[in-house]
Design a protein around this ligand. Structure first.
Ligand code: PBG
Length: 326
């Protein structure tokens, strides 16, 4: 009988040994908290498909921001949810300096602006009456270039509200370049771009639609990517880097770890991933049934996303996890 000369188990024997050889650590500063601000609310309102996440009032938004920053969270990503009567065909309240998203950006900057990175979602779906990420052509398709002109103005409005980083997320061709030029022309050379470069038209965004009260009928397959495709993701990333993206993002996260890894190997800008609403909801639902160990599954998923190559992760658990890591 021969015995192994090499024994990997030796390094797993005690917690101290395991800690010594641990390859992947998560720090609070890598976590970004997405936040929803709903116009006209005086009290935060629960989102049933995202237990623990709320639509904020202006006051509760400031409190949540403060809590996140105290826990050491690296950034806040703000989404604005206007009342239905403010939605229109072109999403004009997204450009309005007094529109809910721009108001929220100013609130966050005033509250915690120096202590974290304030990011804003740059997309029209929360603001359009039809729920698409851009404006519609007469045939009902989303008009890429007409949408770009609006994104340019929206980026400038967000930068002038004080956003440190804008996140174009509509998957229009050329969006990063147009936003970069518009920001530069308006004197916002230092406002950076977190590009949603690789965004799949999958089924993991369901609860988000409730969070932003999306009116979308149909789907986004004509502009978001087809889940089977990886090479196409690299093409999107190459374009966004060439157009001036400061950070590139892959979304969703856990079902696309191979994509995160391939993007990480490809580019030298930081890579982010978005652990989206459906990923969160699945874990919370299973945990509520007592089927999984919630806290361990959360850490295991975030570790997997980091190990795959994402240096930054957007997650609805950001504050909780940052508190736990402290
Ligand atoms: C677009 C946007 C969406 C999400 C973030 N930005 C919706 C979509 O692409 O359909 C989804 C995030 C999530 O599901 O948590 N503004």
């Amino acid at each position: 009988m021969s015995f192994p000369d090499v024994r990997p188990r030796r390094l797993r024997r005690t917690p101290a040994l395991r800690r010594l050889v641990e390859e992947t650590h998560i720090a609070p500063s890598e976590l970004v908290l997405p936040l929803f601000l709903k116009e006209g609310l005086t009290e935060p309102r629960a989102i049933s498909s995202l237990p623990g996440v709320v639509q904020h009032s202006r006051e509760s938004l400031r409190k949540a921001a403060h809590e996140a920053v105290s826990a050491g969270v690296g950034g806040l990503m703000l989404f604005g949810v206007p009342t239905n009567e403010h939605k229109d065909e072109t999403g004009s309240c997204g450009l309005d300096p007094d529109g809910i998203l721009n108001v929220g950006i100013r609130d966050l900057v005033a509250e915690v602006g120096d202590a974290t990175v304030i990011m804003s979602d740059l997309c029209l779906d929360e603001f359009t009456s039809h729920g698409h990420c851009g404006v519609l052509a007469p045939d009902g398709s989303v008009d890429n270039d007409a949408t770009l002109a609006i994104y340019a103005d929206m980026a400038v409005a967000q930068a002038s509200a004080g956003a440190h980083m804008v996140g174009p997320s509509g998957m229009m061709d050329g969006q990063v370049g147009v936003v970069r030029h518009a920001l530069d022309k308006a004197g916002y050379q230092d406002t950076s771009i977190l590009a949603y470069s690789v965004k799949y038209a999958g089924a993991f965004y369901g609860p988000f639609r409730e969070a932003v009260e999306s009116t979308l009928k149909g789907d986004r397959r004509q502009y978001q990517q087809d889940p089977p495709n990886l090479r196409e993701a690299l093409r999107e990333v190459d374009l966004d880097v060439a157009e001036g993206a400061d950070i590139v993002m892959v979304k969703p996260a856990l079902a696309y770890l191979d994509v995160i890894a391939a993007v990480h190997d490809r580019v030298t800008v930081p890579v982010a991933a978005y652990q989206v609403s459906g990923e969160y909801a699945m874990v919370e639902a299973a945990a509520a049934n007592g089927w999984i160990d919630r806290d361990r599954v959360i850490m295991e998923s975030l570790t997997a996303i980091k190990r795959a190559g994402a240096q930054i992760t957007l997650t609805y658990w950001a504050t909780e996890v940052a508190q736990r890591l402290r």
